[in-house]
Design a protein. Sequence first.
Length: 110
Amino acid sequence: MNIVSKVAFFAARKGREKHLGERLLQLVPRSRAEPGNLRYEVLQDASDDGIWIVLEDWCSEVDFDAHMATPYVCSFLAEVPDLCDGDPDIRSYRKRSPQESGHQVLENRQ
C-alpha cells in the first residue's frame, strides 16, 4: 500500500488562535472515522500559539480527495479566511522509514 501522508500548516489570525484550534479539533473524530483514514492528528506549535499543524495518513489519494469534499471539511475551509492569516499550506509526503509500533520504540529506549 502506498500511504498518502499530508501535512497541513495553519497560521491563525491574531486573536483567533483558540477558535482555530477548537475548529481543527472538531474535525478529528469524523476524519478518523472516514474510509481510508489511517491517522489524523492536530498539533499546536509549542512556542507560537497561532501555528497549528494537521498530520494525516490516508490509504490513497482518492480517500484524501473524498475527505476534502465532505460537507464538514468544506464548511471548515469556508471559515479559514476569518480564522487564518492566509491559506493553509497543505503538503504531500512519502514515508521513507519503516513502520514501527509505539511499544517497540518505547521498549528500545529503556
